[in-house]
Design a protein around this ligand. Sequence first.
Ligand code: XMP
Length: 517
Amino acid sequence: MKEKVLILDFGSQVTQLIARRVRESGVYSEVKPYNISLREIRDFRPNAIILSGGPASVAEKFSPNIPVEIFDLDVPVLGICYGQQLMCKLLGGKVMPGKKREFGRAFINIKEDSKLFSGTWKKNENIAREVWMSHGDKVVVMPKGFEVLAWTDGAPFAVIANESKKLYGIQFHPEVAHTPDGAALLKNFTHKIAGISGEWNMRAFLEESIKKIRSQAGKSKVICAVSGGVDSSVVALLLHKAIGNQVKCIFVDHGLLRLDEGKKVRKMFKENFHMPIEYIDAADLFLKKLKGVTDPEKKRKIIGATFIEVFEREAKKFSDASFLAQGTLYPDVIESVSAHGGPSATIKSHHNVGGLPARMKMKLIEPVRDLFKDEVRKLGLELGMSEDMVYRHPFPGPGLAIRIPGEISKEKLLILRAADDIYMQELKNHGFYRKIWQAYAALLPVKTVGVMGDSRSYDYICSLRAVTSTDGMTADFFDFPHSFLSLVSNRIVGEVKGINRVLYDVTGKPPATIELE
Ligand code: XMP
């Protein structure tokens, strides 16, 4: 990669968003831990460096630090939040520990015009410009050679710079969506200040990934778990492209997929990509293990453990493999930090991260670990997957089992699949499917009375859900026209035996979650 940005990570929850914004502007970027050596930084040959935010305080004795020589590499540096404070401290400015955290929206005032603001902010304009603050400490004295470019009521040094040395410090977070002009500022930094041309795209990522996978795997064999979903399919195709027959793909079908999904995925691999995959139909085993189980977490654990059991058994046939490939995405990584004993409460244990590799004592290849869902989709298209396959909504590892609260059964699964399929058809027919992050039908284990023709019915309730979201971490319900809901309800009740009532879920996340369990 000719032109690239190095992002040094000081542990902020949103560091990856910086990488994402930079990539969106057509610039290759990599996130590395803050404590890599000066030599590694030099060897990376960055065209620009961004110092991320982080939870520490520069006032603490052992707070994350970097060699001051970074600022003499003749490479533009942008410090964000903790990055700004550290830059100031190292260059002779002063940072005060904050008595209380400033968190949330602030309005920026522009003091000087700058290349950093090009095309967005201007001195003396009378427009309220929002930025997102989240910090405790703040700069109180700037290093020599720096000037204030912009300020807010709470942060007099909101944007500072030594323009001749191309060093910039921002107190707020330009990488988050709550700073509407943030992406433009980052783009100005990489394009206008660092002079990067911005020609990088998913094709370049693909080429780079192929090289990385080849060098990581060498001549070793790699096993890849295919779940039927978009992410693992993309990983399987990527590996196949990189190392051909060195990869063995195992598709464990737990029988909890949407209507005909297993078939479609197998067909795609076989017919479109001429790629052999080992297909294991384990539906009966999963059903047997889930019999009588009603607790959501127990269901997840059983599905996770059974998946591992089946997968391990199949993988033994490829005993010469030393790598395991997984379709872990960036949001999985963040959410599973809390799910595996981190500081925040366990909401749900997402079984698709962890577990498998530890048991199998294999080295991991996670080629899309730094990507968000929409980036994985772009990669899928680049690899030749059809739009229909790539733009499928996210689907949870435990599948339909968590869309049937309580005990699942073959009968309930059949009913749910039929209802869900009608819902999906209509979403596509009406052009809603691509506007929605995730939609599904669920089967509530409650029977209610209805009238069908002249007779009384006593059947299940189907609940429909559709949410908009950017990453699945927060979500809003989708505002369908009532006529659409009524059409879907009529079709489901009319065509699916076993359902006589349809509800639409209008709860956001939070307070609800996207799935029912
Ligand atoms: P929730 O229900 O937690 O869902 O709001 C957020 C996103 O995660 C998916 N999800 C899962 N994915 N294993 C997975 O692989 C799981 O156990 C699981 N639970 C939820 C969910 O479909 C949504 O996209």
